[in-house]
Design a protein around this ligand. Structure first.
Ligand code: FAD
Ligand code: NAD
Length: 473
């Protein structure tokens, strides 16, 4: 064991929760260290966590590449462009890997700039003020701090009936690195990962079947959005089967056989690969939490209050390892909030204003409450819908699927939720988030001038539609 390092704040995990917390702590004048053990495919230590290495960034890189490919194959003819598209998977993967390594190195650069100490290795608590950091060669050092922020993230949930072997049966990380286009893929789970990665491979030519155990499709989205999405995704060729229970997966030399139950009958199908995407659980079992009296729930989540305080006074926890949505931006905001709280500032996160985005095409994005939730809460609301079919810009782009829905309180007109399915929904939602953050009414949005011709005019029109006065629909 080597010398002891001493910090004001030590952060465990260098993902979007941890690295952002570290930078903010350093900006606020704390002597800050961040312990991260990730080792990249090239066997190099890397910051950025799940998000940069095997999550948000690589998945979006492949979604963009495959979107361009599909456009060239199926749509560019409509623009009078004659193109023959072929795909070089190795090159597409190399592009993705380059983006990832560029961005992860960028975080290392930000650490240097902000004087955050990166301790490379795996941390586990010795006591509430000290951790042991073990590097890849097994060398150990201790580090202590007045405050700790646990940001250890999450890992995929495994399925007994389809155990990941990283060959035929993979998790999301494996599905981001297929060396060639598989002919037939079974995705287990029609959640965010299943739909995004299922879309990537479908666009590249794979026959994709998605087996979803639940009877409903995307139950956390507004019902009108999930209905529209299911219709569109099926039309695109995603073979989505709801209420499908996977019984077992038999790996053979050249294929994997999946037995599943649907509508009380059993089916067996052969695939080249299975992608298991049935959710994620907190990554907290390796932290030695028992040594400091912090307990976790059955999915490993650390219990925290609104300020991300654990049951131990000087220890906070943020990001995927605590309650709330497993989203990078939520994780980062919690990191900032804790840093500012430690500096004596007032910090607050409104979980109702966290945007959600699914990067399929069309994209799906929402903020606030949906109609089902409001009905359940017995809250009186009114909603306005505007289809992209009536948007000039959407027509010019050749992308007029979907719609925008604005939901407002029936009495006060304050915006309660905005739900979008359509091109660039991921960008459009930002205006709605800002409006809700400022407590805007539908009337406020309706009175805001939007550039023409833009997709954002559809948000404007949906706000007008709340009061039955949309102009173009
Ligand atoms: P993580 O990013 O998981 O980082 C935790 C870090 O802690 C890891 O680097 C880990 O190595 C480290 N660590 C853990 N234990 C220790 C230890 N004992 N010692 C040292 N280090 C440790 N979210 C979005 O908002 N948008 C998206 O588009 C999106 N796409 C995704 C796509 C995929 C395929 C996946 C899997 C996830 C996606 N997510 C997306 C979710 C997003 O990646 C997570 O919400 C986010 O990474 C959580 O950040 P975090 O810092 O809490 O955890
Ligand atoms: P998820 O919770 O979104 O979806 C999992 C799906 O699997 C659910 O529909 C669930 O009903 C289904 N399921 C569970 N057990 C099953 C079984 N045995 N058989 C068949 N289906 C089963 O989880 P995910 O897609 O794995 O994503 C994990 C997390 O990563 C999400 O919480 C999400 O927030 C985050 N993520 C976000 C983005 C984004 O923001 N665009 C992208 C990817 C991942």
């Amino acid at each position: 064991m080597t010398t002891k390092k001493i910090y004001d704040v030590l952060i465990i995990g260098g993902g979007p929760a941890g690295y952002v917390a570290a930078i903010r702590c350093a900006q606020l004048g704390f002597n800050t260290g961040c312990i991260e053990r990730w080792v990249s495919n090239e066997n190099k230590p890397a910051l950025g966590g799940t998000c940069l290495n095997v999550g948000c960034i690589p998945s979006k890189a492949l979604l963009d590449s495959s979107h361009h490919f599909e456009f060239l194959q199926k749509e560019c003819g409509n623009h009078g462009i004659d193109a023959k598209a072929t795909i070089d998977v190795a090159k597409m993967m190399a592009r993705k890997d380059k983006i990832v390594s560029g961005l992860t190195q960028g975080i290392a650069g930000l650490f240097k700039k902000n004087k955050v100490d990166w301790l490379q290795g795996s941390a586990s608590f010795k006591d509430s003020k000290t951790v042991i950091v073990k590097d890849t060669s097994g060398q150990e050092e201790t580090a202590s701090a007045s405050h700790f922020i646990i940001a250890s993230g999450s890992i995929p949930i495994e399925l007994e009936s389809a155990k990941v072997d990283s060959e035929r049966i993979v998790d999301s990380s494996g599905a981001l690195s297929f060396p060639e286009i598989p002919k037939r893929v079974c995705v287990i789970g029609a959640g965010v990962i299943g739909l995004e990665l299922g879309s990537v491979w479908r666009r590249l030519g794979t026959d994709v079947t998605v087996l979803e155990a639940a009877p409903d499709f995307l139950p956390t989205t507004d019902l009108s959005i999930s209905k529209e999405a299911l219709k569109i995704f099926k039309r695109q060729g995603l073979n989505i089967k709801l209420g499908a229970k996977v019984l077992n997966a038999d790996v053979h030399e050249k294929h994997v056989e999946v037995k599943y139950q649907i509508n009380e009958s059993e089916k067996v199908e052969k695939f080249d690969k299975i992608i298991v995407a049935v959710g994620r659980r907190a990554n907290t079992s390796n932290l030695g939490l028992d040594k400091i009296g912090i307990s976790t729930d059955e999915r490993g989540f650390i219990e925290v209050d609104d300020l991300c305080r654990t049951s131990v006074e000087n220890i906070y926890a943020v990001g995927d390892c605590v309650r709330g949505p497993m989203l990078a931006h939520k994780a980062s905001e919690e990191g900032v909030a804790v840093a500012e709280h430690l500096a004596g500032q007032k910090s607050h996160i409104d979980f109702n204003n966290v945007p959600w985005v699914i990067y399929t095409w069309p994209e799906i994005a929402w903020v606030g409450k949906n109609e089902q939730q409001l009905t359940q809460e017995n809250r009186a609301f009114k909603s306005g819908v505007f289809p992209f079919l009536a948007s000039g810009r959407a027509h010019a782009m050749g992308d007029n699927q979907g719609f925008v829905k604005v939901i407002a309180d029936a009495n006060t007109d304050s915006i309660l939720g905005v739900h979008i399915i359509g091109a660039n929904a991921s960008e459009l939602i930002a205006e709605a988030v800002l409006a809700m953050e400022f407590g805007a009414s539908a009337e406020d949005l309706a009175r805001t001038i939007h550039g023409h011709p833009t997709l954002s005019e559809s948000l404007h029109e949906a706000a007008l539609a709340v009061d039955a006065r949309a102009i173009h629909f």
